[in-house]
Design a protein. Sequence first.
Lengths: 107, 271
Amino acid sequence: MKKIAGFFALMMVAGMSAVPAFAQEAAAGKPPEHVATAIAIAAGFSMAIAAGLCGLGQGRVGAAACEGIARNPGAAGEIRTAMILGLVFIETLALFTLAIVFVKVAY
Amino acid sequence: MAEHLNWFTILLNHWFGGAANALLRLVHVAPVDPNYPIPNFVAATVAVTLLASIFFLWLRPRLSAGHPGATQQVMEMILTNPMGVGIRDLLDQNIQHGAREFLPLVGSISIFILFSNVISIVPAFNSPTGHPSVPFACAMLTFVYYNWTGLRHHGPVGYAKHFAGPVPWLSWLIFPVEIISHSARLLSLTVRLWANIFASELIYVIFLGLAMAPAQALSHSHPSFGFALDIFPLIIPVAFIGLHLFVGIVQTFVFTILPALYIGMATADEH
């Protein structure tokens, strides 16, 4: 019984891989010239600000992790795991900005 | 801007194009190009599923508790390893009780994402996780699953009490904040995986183009010098393939620890 249930779960997960077939690209109209220029400039500035602040935040995470490992080398593994997790969360915020840039900038 | 189709995609379209078109007609979705209804990322997902299935079917009879071979020991490190970042380790750390029963689903999603991220190293494939649909599917599955485990563990009323916060006289404020933050989890899981993989592939393509530009520019006027410069597009992008591999593995780790955390928080018992 458990084997059958496990097999069905596996097939469901395998079947889920077919769902992306239904996502087709959407065609978008091009914005007027001055709007496209404004979008490009805004995209550049917003990505730069996001990347800069992300760098500051991740620098603090890295510094705290280094200090923690220096004080307590035995806990290096857990500190490293926490550091990776913290870095990924901060990086996600910069990647939200990158996603908006990709969605909005049309060329 | 039509995307370039890999040879595996063209092969799948040649074999299954008719069936794919019929399936799309059934759900009233028009393909972008009726000659090639299967896009790159679906073909790559099929390739990942096939390769992973064949590999694990090959591995299964060779598993042995007393005399593990090399492949078995490497694969076991995905589940549990001395650094504590294996799938089973992360589940045990973040889920208070009943961690092992969540291993099949979290492990399957995790291994699928690992293989999908890494398959981009093979020149014939682009990572399927580089298209927003695939990380969205994984994130949606995780979202539905952790809410379902929470509902199953606490019952509907008990699970709703989770969203109310620690004190009852603040629950009117905390409830919408919790709903929004849980919805943001779905968005952030998707965007984190997609943007990381897409950006690392894009950086590889950009630096390949940058390295090829001098060679291409000189190939007309000074062919021999241009030929000598052709060495750089072979060396420089290798660093970015390595970056893509690293980013793919880190993102798999994050997409394992976050569902484990969410399931742990959903099934947590207050005391």
